[in-house]
Design a protein around this ligand. Structure first.
Ligand SMILES: C[S@@+](CC[C@H](N)C(=O)[O-])C[C@H]1O[C@@H](n2cnc3c(N)ncnc32)[C@H](O)[C@@H]1O
Length: 386
């Protein structure tokens, strides 16, 4: 196979480009497009030889696209219109405009790209934007597969459940049987992922009026400590005993300026009970989002760096203590944020990936939170091209 000409849309910090390199598929990125100046600085720093177009996708003409004569599109369109926390504006959201523009251009290209890979958040699979995508691909004769997958499926201790679509132009076919259903994690006959049921979206339990069921439910939702229920504790314990997933400690920096990343007292007191806390020996962490290091709740796990103290001993009865006592208890855990490099490690970025000096820590967390898991995408590119 000759070298593929790849168009990287919404290139951000280049997660797709790294995955392409790691996949071993002979390829060159002929153009990367993004409007974010910070992300573009980082992209240029790491890929100085790749043509980077700092402009809006809607501003690029059909003619300009045709001149690139690309064989593959890799893209992660903005996800805010589809997130559960957002307003779910879907195709009415102005941020979806550029994606609809791509769909409009695709059938009119002088030559259809042979391969397409798209990444988005969970929620995209039920959107109208996804319907438009599927319709366009069908009209253009593509064979495609949609997959929901999280990095835990490739042994990485981080949850980041995402929607992916891989498509091949006619007369291409996949090395596995495609299905019109959105595949959950495993790729059936082509086992490239380990099927991790605990990472799948929760299916609501059937209503059962029996007393025993009610008792069981009450036990499941009983708060143990730190607002955590029996069910939460069991899920975390199951995740931590899954030996096919690596331990967090393999992703930590050998030397960290720990003091710089310690959680300040104010944050400990205010958010202590809400934080997802992991130890270096854990095999799990929650998704790191762009607000990490700035907002605490729901933006990613924090690390307990003192191993001698048990979480339970700190949190049991904490609410009956004075502010000062509470703080003394919480400080025992030496809770710190993961560093941007550690998050990059958990997201599968190679050691060669670096930030230019002028990019602040807050900006680093932000762009990483917007990016993707490189190992997951590497596997998908291999699956797409195989
Ligand atoms: C989900 S992020 C992509 C992340 C990327 N894959 C990475 O590894 O960092 C979406 C990116 O799309 C860019 N973007 C959003 N709307 C755009 C548009 N109309 N034209 C070009 N880039 C756009 C944003 O600046 C952002 O960097």
């Amino acid at each position: 196979m000759g070298s593929l000409r790849v168009l990287e849309l919404y290139s951000g910090i280049g997660g797709m480009h790294y995955a392409l390199k790691e996949s071993g598929v002979p390829a060159q990125v002929v153009a990367a497009v993004d409007i974010n100046t910070t992300a573009n600085q980082i992209y240029r720093h790491n890929f100085p030889d790749t043509p980077l177009w700092p402009k809006t996708i809607e501003g690029i003409t059909l003619d300009d696209f045709n001149k690139l004569s690309f064989d593959m599109i890799l893209m992660s369109p903005p996800c805010q219109p589809f997130t559960r926390i957002g307003l779910q504006g879907d195709i009415a959201d102005p941020r979806t405009k550029s994606f609809l523009y791509i769909l409009d251009l695709l059938p009119r290209l002088a030559r259809l790209p042979h391969y397409i890979l798209l990444e988005n958040v969970k929620g995209f699979e039920t959107s109208s934007a996804r319907e438009c995508l599927v319709k366009t691909l069908k009209d253009c004769g593509y064979t495609f597969q949609e997959i929901m997958v999280s990095p835990t499926s490739v042994g990485i201790p981080n949850s980041r459940l995402r929607y992916f679509l891989i498509a091949k132009a006619s007369p291409g076919s996949f090395s596995f049987q495609t299905s019109s259903e959105v595949r959950q994690v495993d790729c059936s006959s082509v086992i490239i992922w380990r099927n991790n049921a605990s990472d799948l979206p929760t299916v609501s339990e059937p209503f059962c009026p029996g007393t025993r069921q009610q008792e069981e439910n009450a036990e499941e939702s009983r708060v143990l400590y730190k607002l955590e229920t029996t069910k939460d504790a069991r899920r975390k314990s199951d995740q931590n005993s899954d030996l096919s997933v690596q331990q967090i400690q393999g992703f930590l920096e050998p030397r960290t300026e720990a003091a710089r990343y310690l959680l300040p007292p104010k944050v400990l007191l205010r958010y202590g009970v809400l934080m997802d806390i992991v130890r270096p020996t854990c095999r799990r962490s929650v998704c790191f989002t762009k607000g990490y290091g700035h907002y605490v709740e729901g933006t990613g796990s924090v690390l307990q760096s003192c191993m001698e103290t048990e979480l339970e001993s700190v949190f049991k009865g904490l609410d009956q203590q004075s502010e000062e006592e509470k703080l003394q208890q919480l400080l025992k855990l030496k809770l710190r944020y993961f560093t941007p490099r550690e998050i990059a490690n958990l997201m599968g970025f190679p050691q060669s990936f670096a930030f230019p000096e002028q990019i602040s820590t807050k900006q680093q967390y932000r762009v990483l939170g917007n990016s993707l898991n490189v190992v997951v995408v590497t596997r998908l590119i291999q699956l797409l091209v195989s």
